[in-house]
Design a protein around this ligand. Structure first.
Ligand SMILES: [Zn+2]
Length: 506
């Protein structure tokens, strides 16, 4: 036999596609040609596969070899086809009877010594294989726990090409994936650790309940980071579909924690203000790595010291904020990843970052406006909840003697509020109040009675509030009503939302 075919999986964004790896061996000068849109890494596969085959004690077929990856139209990235190519070659040369690998998808990179190395993106690849009707996969041992998370598939691990050859030829044993870690991962920081900060906690709860983007503005020491890092702890845990999607993105980035579990807690990404545009939106050679915006998908993107980010980095957030997706454009084509996150930005109120009221701060009102103004345009315009934070005062510390409410209690209110909103907007495509366009709340049967919005309309008339700001207050008022179990917001809810929006504490 001089032809063989083996199955593998390629990725396009977060979606996997079955790939057929064909090898044809013909008489003629010994050469190897790869076809089917291979990228550079795939060309390097030729040398890796040759060395790995020879170093595994197999003979290299000295014939004219053509390796083809189908479908040809699908761009192929990375080194995950190595093991499949080696199998197809050995099958085509008659060295290996491939019947035991019928209907098996094979993933993995080869080292020159014949070791099978882990690859990124195994989770979404196995998901795709199962969707295509595949029930057995062979993956690098280091990826086996991750592959075994996917229901409906039998996973075997390999640590070397030699082991795979021994299995195919003599019925040798492949390796079982490790048992999932019985201990749940640590829960992460909890709101019980935040003393005082009534306004900050309330703002965070409203943001969580309505899915609103939030800005925390205050001097150093006001607890901005403490609050932001605890937002995931009061958001609903990821359901099965979301957990699979979020885990797949972390798998492609090579950042899925070991332990063989799906990520269930909404992720938090906190890029530093010196972060480059590619690290935010994604990029790199070979299989494009998801950036912070995609690793924060269905979770929280926290920009600390947001005004210090470079303008291009802030601009790069515009597309994911608008569409929930990000397109990574590179010379070899574009990759799209989901990037729908809740934005939390924190900033000092002024460039010198001295506590407000501190005599050392000599920033002029203009300098302060300019500083925060850097965030307008792409970011501040999308933020419903703005929380002014002040450093902890003595009164807070006294109050802190009574333990603060833990995240689990707040999360239960958030869950109930989200469920009320989901029922109200059922059939519209909106899940949370933050999704609902302003006009829908102003013009339809959801419009609030004039007596409840009187103060707000006066602010609109005097120019103290913009039309967008008006919509944001109303949107937040709905969330406050949902949190407090009322089916429509009243004047008090509008007043609280208005205070949060304008930054005056009650
Ligand atoms: Zn200052």
């Amino acid at each position: 036999m001089s032809y063989a075919r083996v199955l593998s999986v390629g990725l396009l964004g977060v979606t996997g596609h079955l790939v057929e790896v064909e090898a044809d061996l013909a008489a003629g000068l010994p050469t190897v040609a790869l076809s089917g849109l291979p990228d550079t890494a795939l060309n390097e596969a030729r040398d890796r596969v040759r060395a790995a085959i020879v170093n595994s004690g197999q003979s290299w077929p000295n014939r004219r070899i053509t390796v083809n990856l189908l479908p040809a139209t699908l761009p192929k990235h990375g080194s995950g086809f190595d093991v499949a190519i080696a199998c197809a070659l050995l099958g085509g040369s008659g060295e290996l009877p491939l019947a035991p690998l019928d209907g098996v998808a094979i993933l993995g990179e080869l080292g020159l010594d014949g070791a099978v190395r882990p690859v990124r993106g195994v989770l979404p690849m196995v998901v795709a294989a199962v969707r295509a009707g595949i029930t057995r996969v062979v993956v690098p041992l280091a990826n086996a726990a991750e592959a075994a998370v996917v229901p409906g598939v039998r996973v075997k691990g390999v640590d070397s090409l030699h082991r795979l050859v021994a299995f195919v030829r003599d019925g040798g044993r492949l390796l079982e994936p490790p048992e999932p870690d019985p201990v749940s991962p640590p829960a992460g920081p909890d709101l019980a650790e935040v003393a005082g900060q009534g306004l900050g906690r309330r703002g965070l709860e409203i943001a969580a309940a309505g899915g609103h983007h939030v800005a925390l503005i205050g001097p150093p020491g006001a607890g901005k980071t403490m609050l932001a890092e605890r937002l995931p702890s009061i958001l609903p845990p990821l359901d099965d579909e979301a957990a699979l999607e979020v885990s797949a993105l972390h798998s492609i980035a090579g950042l899925l924690p070991p332990g063989g579990r799906l990520l269930r807690r909404p992720p938090l990404q906190a890029p530093h203000h010196t972060a480059t545009v590619p690290s935010l939106v994604g990029g790199g050679s070979g299989l494009a790595r998801p950036g912070a915006v995609s690793l924060a998908h269905r979770g929280v993107l926290f920009l600390d010291e947001a005004a210090e980010f470079n303008v291009r980095a802030l601009e790069a957030l515009r597309q994911p904020l608008e569409s929930g997706r990000v397109l990574i454009t590179r010379s070899r084509g574009a990759t799209e990843y989901p990037a729908s996150f809740q934005l939390v930005l924190a900033s000092n109120p002024c460039p010198c970052a001295k506590p407000s009221g501190d005599l050392a701060c000599e920033c002029t009102p203009l300098a302060r406006r300019r500083y925060i103004g850097r965030l307008s345009g792409p970011l501040l315009d999308r933020i419903d909840v703005q929380v002014p934070l002040v450093p902890l005062r003595a009164a807070d510390l006294v109050a802190a003697a009574t333990p603060a409410e833990p995240s689990a209690v707040v999360a239960e209110r958030v869950r109930a509020a989200r469920s009320a909103a989901a029922q109200r907007w059922a059939g519209t495509g909106w899940r949370v109040n933050a999704d609902v366009p302003g006009p829908h709340l102003r013009r339809t049967r959801w419009r609030l009675p004039a007596r409840d919005t009187e103060q707000l309309r006066r602010s609109l008339d005097t120019g103290a509030l913009s039309a967008r700001g008006y919509d944001r207050v109303i949107r937040m008022a709905w969330t406050i009503a949902d949190l407090d179990g009322r089916d429509r917001p009243g004047a008090d809810d509008v007043a609280e939302a208005s205070q949060l929006r304008s930054g005056r504490s009650a």
